[in-house]
Design a protein around this ligand. Sequence first.
Ligand SMILES: Nc1nc2c(ncn2[C@@H]2O[C@H](COP(=O)(O)OP(=O)(O)O)[C@@H](O)[C@H]2O)c(=O)[nH]1
Ligand SMILES: [Mg+2]
Length: 203
Amino acid sequence: MDAIVMAGGFGQRLGMGEKPCVEILGKPLISYVIDNLRSSKNIDKVFVAVSPVTPKTEIMIHERYNGEVQVIRTFGGNYVRDMIYAVETSNTTGPVMIIMSDLPLINPEIIDSVIEKYMEEGKPALSVYVPINVCKGAGSRPETVFNKDGKLIVPTGVNILDSSQIRKEQEDFNLILDNPRLAVNVNTVKDLQRCKDLLQCLN
Ligand SMILES: Nc1nc2c(ncn2[C@@H]2O[C@H](COP(=O)(O)OP(=O)(O)O)[C@@H](O)[C@H]2O)c(=O)[nH]1
Ligand SMILES: [Mg+2]
């Protein structure tokens, strides 16, 4: 399946300009996600959905990937509308992975296992969560928490949707993974520092 990396947010909480371009250990944040997608067995094309507030991200993607990663210019300011626009503009068919640019600890094994689970479940959509204790263990403060059958879970920013019915509400399988790599989402300067530390000790 193809993947679309959402990269048109304001990055206001981080306050370091365009968040996808902010470097960790000499590499732009979004490149961690792109490179891991490109190393996954189950991912074909990778698209990046930029917006008018992320023009440098567009230039960086062109320079770094020489057209092998396509940029889609969304309007900005409305995540869902931009996601639908990006899916329709990409001309992708069948299931598509929608992923945030600020998950630098994701790896090809996680991506492939999410896709395998999606195929197994057979629902049109799948969203990935981590239990709240995994977030706390990783030192991150969750923004959104859901109660699923009495269990507190946090959305990770990894979703699969059926592109052929992208404007419709889709029946969604909630995949809960106990992986701290999914719990680290770079929103603040503190998150960025924690990511640097984790990447260094994981390498
Ligand atoms: N194209 C597009 N991307 C978005 C939008 N809002 C958020 N994103 C991206 O979605 C990801 C997650 O959003 P969030 O962490 O809230 O981003 P932030 O607002 O930049 O801190 C980031 O990679 C953002 O760049 C939007 O309205 N349009
Ligand atoms: Mg975020």
